[in-house]
Design a binder for this molecule. Structure first.
Ligand SMILES: NC(=O)c1ccc[n+]([C@@H]2O[C@H](COP(=O)([O-])OP(=O)(O)OC[C@H]3O[C@@H](n4cnc5c(N)ncnc54)[C@H](OP(=O)(O)O)[C@@H]3O)[C@@H](O)[C@H]2O)c1
Length: 234
């Protein structure tokens, strides 16, 4: 009668017949490397896909009177996008329109007022028609007050949140049907201040929600209702 534990024959005692052989460490690393390489390759190929034509793509940008919004509006118009630029003031809108070549139209928008957002969304709908909205850039924002938390009152928090957080969220919600139609993208400008804590000044209390709340909500909403964009934007 054979009393051996299996493995490689009757002469090997002690190991269980059902236990699979333990993976060798180098083989495991090779396997992980292979997975990482395939993943990087897929990422690279996917990322190289670009839009064949941007001439019929509408992009709506908030806060275009000055700064990043103003620069982005001009740049996208130069590249051939159909730019819909929202400014807080008539002077800002006139200045942008005067100094810009390409397809650029302006409207007025205060992101802290629901009625203003509703009017701007109507205007965008009339501009984009059946095509829908390819891009929304939530750029309007304020950067003050900035300083030690103890110096700030609740009204300071409310003012920043009204523009940077709830403004961005309400504009996004108003434009979602148009974004959905074009499988659009939403870009938020937020601040590195959300990560700053230094020498008695912890900016996170205000800037973390102001910067990341819109991103979290927009990501969630888009991820649940929209198919993934198929192509990257240059
Ligand atoms: N510059 C930076 O280093 C930096 C760093 C991190 C994040 N950011 C963010 O990037 C975005 C743009 O910053 P920026 O430096 O270009 O500042 P900016 O020049 O002050 O631009 C902000 C724009 O938003 C407009 N705006 C202010 N309140 C508004 C409201 N209630 N409704 C609609 N528009 C409103 C401003 O209009 P007026 O000019 O008429 O006031 C201005 O056109 C902001 O969201 C900001 O928080 C900037």
């Amino acid at each position: 009668m054979w009393l051996g534990g299996g493995g490689h024959g009757p002469g090997h005692l002690g190991s269980s017949p059902s236990a699979p052989p333990a993976p060798q460490a180098p083989a495991m690393w090779l396997y992980l490397l292979l997975v990482a390489l395939v993943w990087a390759l897929v990422w690279l190929v996917r990322d190289r896909r670009t839009l064949p034509c941007v001439k019929d793509k509408h992009v709506f940008i908030t806060g275009c009177d000055s700064g990043f919004g103003n620069l982005l509006a001009r740049r996208l118009a130069r590249q051939g996008y159909r730019v819909l630029a929202a400014c807080l003031t008539q002077d800002g809108a006139d200045g942008l329109q005067r100094g810009c070549s390409g397809h650029l139209r302006t409207t007025l928008l205060d992101v802290t007022h629901s009625e203003s957002i509703r009017r701007a969304a109507e205007w965008v709908r009339a501009e984009v028609g059946e095509k829908g909205l390819f891009g929304l850039v939530n750029n309007a924002g304020v950067a003050t007050p900035m300083g030690p938390t103890e110096w700030m009152g609740i009204e300071d928090f409310r003012r920043v949140m009204a523009v940077n957080a709830f403004g961005a969220i309400e504009v996004t919600l108003a434009l979602l049907p148009l974004l959905r139609r074009a499988r659009g993208r939403v870009v938020n400008t937020s601040s590195v201040l959300a990560r700053v804590a230094a020498a008695g000044w912890d900016a996170k209390l205000l800037w973390l929600p102001a910067s990341y709340l819109p991103a979290a909500i927009v990501d969630f909403v888009l991820a649940t209702i929209l198919p993934k964009p198929a192509q990257r934007v240059r």
